[in-house]
Structure formats: C-alpha cells, structure tokens
Write a protein that binds this ligand. Sequence first.
Ligand code: HEC
Ligand code: HEC
Ligand code: HEC
Ligand code: HEC
Ligand code: HEC
Ligand code: HEC
Length: 499
Amino acid sequence: MKLELPRSSKNWISLIGATIAVTALFMIIFLFAITTFFSGQPIYLGLIIYMLLPGFLIFGLILIPVGMLITRKKITKHKNILPFIDLNLKRHRNAVAVFISGTALFFLLSAIGSYEAFHYTESVEFCGTLCHDVMKPEYDAYQHSSHARVACAECHIGTGADWFVKAKISGLHQVVAVMTNSFSRPIPTPIANLRPARETCEQCHWPQKFYATKHRQETHYLNDEENTEWDIILNMKLKTNNGEVDPDKGIHWHIDPDVKIEYITTDERKEQIPWVKYTNTSTGEERIYNSEEDPLELNDSLSYKINTMDCLDCHNRPAHSYKPPAFFINDAIKSGLIPVELPEIKSLSMQICGEEFTSTDSAMQYIEKTVKEFYESDYPEVFESDSLLIVKAIKGIQDKFKVNIFPEMNVRWDAYPNHIGHLEFDGCFRCHDDQHTSDDGQVISRDCNICHSVKAQGTPGNLEMASITGSIDFRHPGDVEEDEWKDTNCTECHTGLDP
Ligand code: HEC
Ligand code: HEC
Ligand code: HEC
Ligand code: HEC
Ligand code: HEC
Ligand code: HEC
C-alpha cells in the first residue's frame, strides 16, 4: 500500500529533513541501547545522545514543514488559496495522522530524553570528567576523599526547581568559559551557588547523633638525616557538649541548635575575622568579641556581610582537599611508598614539592632527576647499593604529587585555605587566638586542651604518655623552643612546606 501525502510534502527539503530526523532518531535509540546494556558508559556518548543528536532530530523535523511551505507557495503562486485541511481528502487525512502520531511520539521521546538528559548532566561523570583539564584537581581530590561516593550534585546543587535553574544558568556560563578558554586557574571559591551546608551535609550527618571523641594518631618524620619518626596522639573533643555531668563544650558546640555564631570577614578567602558574635537562641544571651590585634573599623561594619557559622566554616574542603607536602610526604613514608631508610628523604621530598612547575610532566622529570642527583653526589654509597630504594622513592613522590598538586590549573594546597585545623592555615585560630575579647573580658580561647587533648607524643621507642583520662602538655618536635610556638601562631613557621 502506498501512503498518500499532500503534494507539497514531495520536495527535496522535506525529504532531506525527514532523512536527517529518522537517522538521528535511530542513532539515539541505537546508542541509548548500547549504553543501557553495556556498563561503563563512555562520557562523550552521553553528550552525543542527549545533546548533539536531539539537535539534529529537531533540525530535521523543522525542515519538513519548511520544505512543505516553500513548495506550497510555488504550487499556489498564482491562485489565491489559503492553506486548508480537508479531512475528506485521503492525502490530508494521512498527513494529519502522520503529524499527530509523529508529534505524540516526539513528545514522548522528549520526555524520556529530557529526564535522561537531566540525570546525565547531574552525574559525577558529567561534572567531573567532561571538561577534563578544568575539573581534574577537583575530581581527583574528590575520588580520594570520604565523599567519593557522594554525587557532585548532592553538594553543589540543591533540591527544588530554583536551585536547578540557578545551577543550569551558571553551568551555561561555565560551558562558554571552557569553550573560549577564559576560565580562571585555579577556579575561584567560594562558589556562588553551593547549596547551604545545613541542607546538604545534614542529609547524611546528623548533628545530635554522631560526634564521639575521635582518636587521632599522626605520624611525622623530622627533617634530619634519619627522618626521625615523631608520633602525636590526640583525642579530638568532637561533641556539641558533654551533657549535664560534664558541661564542657566540644568542637561541634558551634552548631548546637541553641547556638548561633555570626562573624564578619574582611577578605574573600575568609582568613581574617575581626568580629564575632555569639547568641544563645534559647536564652537570648549575646556576646560580641572584637579582635584586639586587628579590629574592625566601626563604619566598616556597615559594608560587610554578617555570616552565620555552619559546617563549611570549618569543613570547607570536604571533597577537594589538596594536602600540603608536609602531610602527604609523611603519609607516603608511613605507608612505605617512600622508603624511610633513605637518608634525608623527608627534607629532600619537601624541597622538591615546593618548587613551582608549569606541567605535571616537567614535575615528574624534575623529581626523578633531582632525587637521583642528590644521592649520587651526597650519598654515593647509598646510590650504589640502594638503587632500588631510590627508584621506589621517586615513584612514591611522583604518585603523591600527581593527586595533590596540579600545575596546569595552578592548584596546590595553598590555592585554597583549609579551615579545619591551625597548622598550615589559621583555621580555628582565626577566632581562637586569645585576642578576640568581649566587653566583659572573655576571650575566644587558644588553650591547647579545649579542642583536643594530647594523649601521647615522642619517638616510637620513647613515647611520653598521658593517663587514660588525663592529657599531657604539647612538646614541639625538633629544636623549637617553647616560647617560640606558645604565643605565635603555627602558621608563622608552618606553611605546608617548610620547616
Ligand atoms: C561533600 C560535598 C561535595 C561534593 C560531593 C563535591 N563537592 Fe565540589 N565543593 C564542595 C565545597 C564545600 C567546595 C568549596 C567551597 C568553598 O571553599 O567555598 C567545593 C568546591 C568545588 C569547586 C571550586 C574549586 C575548588 O576546588 O574549590 C569545583 C570546581 C568543584 N567543587 C567541583 C566538584 C565536582 C566536579 C564534584 C564531583 C566530581 C564535586 N565538586 C563534588 C563540596 C563538594
Ligand atoms: C550523601 C551523603 C553525604 C553527604 C551529603 C555528606 N556526607 Fe560527609 N560523609 C558521608 C560518608 C558516607 C562519609 C564516610 C564515612 C566513613 O568513611 O566512615 C562521610 C564522611 C565525612 C567526614 C569525616 C571524614 C573526613 O573526610 O574528614 C566529614 C568531616 C564529613 N563527611 C563532612 C561532610 C560535610 C561538611 C558535608 C556537607 C558539605 C557532608 N559531609 C556531606 C556521607 C555524606
Ligand atoms: C618558630 C617556628 C615554629 C612555630 C611557631 C611552630 N613550629 Fe612546628 N615546626 C617548626 C620546625 C622548624 C619544625 C621542623 C622540625 C624538624 O623537622 O626537625 C616543626 C615541625 C613540627 C611538626 C612535625 C612536622 C612534620 O613535618 O611532620 C609538628 C607536628 C609541629 N611542628 C607542630 C606545630 C604546632 C601545632 C605549632 C603551633 C602551636 C607549631 N608547630 C608552631 C617550627 C615551628
Ligand atoms: C567549629 C568547627 C566545626 C564546625 C562548625 C563543624 N565541624 Fe565537624 N568537625 C570539626 C573538627 C575539628 C572535626 C575533627 C576533624 C579531624 O579530626 O580530622 C570534625 C569532625 C566531623 C565529622 C567526622 C566525625 C568522625 O567521627 O570522624 C563529621 C561527620 C562532621 N564533623 C560533620 C559536620 C557537620 C555535618 C557539620 C555541620 C552541621 C559540622 N561538622 C560542623 C569541626 C567542625
Ligand atoms: C568564627 C569564629 C570561630 C571559629 C572560626 C572557630 N570558633 Fe570555636 N568558638 C567560637 C566562639 C565565639 C566560642 C565561644 C567562646 C566562649 O565563650 O567560651 C567558641 C568555642 C569553642 C569551643 C568550646 C570552648 C570552651 O570554652 O569550652 C571549642 C572546643 C571550639 N570552639 C573549637 C573550635 C575548633 C576546633 C575550630 C576550628 C575547626 C573553631 N572552634 C573555630 C568561635 C569560633
Ligand atoms: C580551637 C581549637 C584548637 C585549639 C585551641 C588548638 N588546636 Fe590543635 N588542632 C585543632 C584541630 C581541629 C586539629 C585537627 C586538624 C585537622 O583535622 O587536620 C588540630 C591538630 C593539632 C595537631 C596535630 C597536627 C598534625 O597534623 O599532626 C597538633 C600537634 C596540635 N593541634 C597542637 C596544638 C597546640 C600545641 C595547641 C595550643 C597552642 C593547639 N593545638 C590548640 C584544634 C585546636
């Protein structure tokens, strides 16, 4: 049986349009089937299925009526007839049927397609790998974080249509920035449309429920010839408070439902906090602390935004934490990736990782060359007898470098401050510096025992230990005198790299 259609439909433009549309449709179905039945979706396939091919499909579909209109114009050039549909004519009936069923099919497919496309643009693969070089640091660090199984969108895009629209609009900007190569390196933070922390984090972490004292053992290696091991064991006081019996406040006291901490910061990176306000929301008690060292000028306060403290004021790098060399080299030695037997390997590795590089490749070559040359000239006997250890050390440094430092994007530990501690960035000491004072003479304390208690410290064979419930005074490793660290912030000397 031959399908009879209006004469105007018989033209090259409509035919080409129909061919494009049908081909695109079949390719979509074919590729969709492939991605559904075979796991391990290649990321670019999604881009083709959900963005490129539908574009062709729609283009083809538009060509059909365009062709028909042009042809109709030609046929009816001299007659003054308006377009009409006469259902008594078989050709018209067929055309209407084709149009209605085609439209219905198109809407059905679009519904499925946009649902899939929505999921696709929310997927970790889309966010993390599509713009390969741009997102590499964030994606790599994310994969090594505790949140490697939490989708990017869970933290970056909120629920609800308004967040969705905001995210897609800023997403468009980003696509343009990538295509025109005009994005900044590193990508700046804070990012404007991060979903409020209390909405995201608290879906999985529940403030009242999960904070017990956390035992924390840190292994350090000193910068001496033997890479002397130095252990520090801390009990982190994570609770919101310890209840009626022991009313000490713990670290998560700041997010206790009765507590509201507000602050003003004078820089983008939120490293300077001259003004802090505490409010007890159930009793209405208030206290304002001003920095003595660096006070906020009164008329300034009008122009600064007042922030309310939440999870991200401490946990600002939950998924993308680029570790400083001091941390990742200790870690690599501890796990045996870098052999501790090699003399001076700790200080040598730190020195290497502190260099500035333009690309990962040049860094890899530099690491290999420098380590070899160092042992060849300074320890020729080690270079002769322990060449295998040297090869291992090179690989160890290279592997750690690659997941923490990204020269192409100018990303390394100091690109973004990490507010959780006080060693490399002031973090807690932004407020807890014994310098933020209230009118009634209270300070935000820097006492070494309010946030953690030192349970043990020293070299492994010679650990100084606290009693089960007690704590000992911190003793600084190496030859740093007590008066040098007691009143100075750790960041005066510790930058993540040296000492
Ligand atoms: C657990 C929550 C969480 C997850 C999961 C997460 N992020 Fe982030 N992301 C953050 C936070 C918090 C920041 C930093 C906000 C700040 O410092 O202002 C951030 C910052 C970023 C930035 C800005 C640059 C930077 O390094 O600060 C990019 C880009 C980014 N994330 C991409 C991603 C991608 C891609 C994924 C998934 C592969 C992802 N994020 C998963 C929480 C998350
Ligand atoms: C979808 C669930 C989910 C969301 C949302 C989430 N987390 Fe987590 N978080 C986890 C899981 C799972 C772990 C790993 C627990 C483990 O390893 O024992 C974890 C671990 C952590 C840890 C301890 C380990 C570490 O890396 O220090 C912190 C801190 C943390 N999350 C903070 C946050 C913050 C802050 C946010 C909000 C920006 C957040 N989480 C959002 C599921 C989530
Ligand atoms: C006056 C400068 C100075 C100050 C201030 C200082 N440190 Fe240090 N710190 C050093 C030096 C120098 C070393 C290296 C010692 C060595 O390796 O022999 C070091 C090493 C360390 C180490 C072992 C490092 C590693 O690479 O693994 C820890 C832990 C440490 N310091 C903690 C602290 C803390 C905590 C504070 C703040 C309360 C602090 N330091 C303040 C100078 C300082
Ligand atoms: C005042 C700073 C601060 C605030 C605010 C804060 N935390 Fe923490 N949190 C910490 C510190 C410090 C640790 C211990 C980190 C460590 O030992 O590495 C911690 C640990 C955690 C852990 C890991 C617990 C464990 O047993 O390992 C989770 C989960 C966590 N926080 C979630 C949150 C969430 C969710 C919020 C917001 C509702 C939040 N935190 C707010 C400072 C804070
Ligand atoms: C924006 C300022 C600010 C920052 C940043 C901050 N805190 Fe606090 N914190 C306060 C204030 C204000 C108090 C209440 C001081 C008081 O009156 O005792 C407090 C109290 C505490 C207490 C209870 C102290 C006590 O007297 O028992 C602990 C523990 C604590 N903070 C830990 C931390 C840790 C850990 C960090 C870093 C991860 C941190 N804080 C970062 C403002 C801050
Ligand atoms: C306001 C809370 C707070 C105060 C006060 C505080 N610390 Fe800490 N400290 C922390 C937190 C939080 C961490 C964990 C940081 C992290 O998760 O990386 C930490 C970590 C440490 C570490 C382990 C570092 C490492 O990487 O091994 C040492 C050592 C330390 N603190 C010493 C001190 C000393 C000494 C003082 C007194 C001058 C002090 N702290 C005061 C919150 C505090």
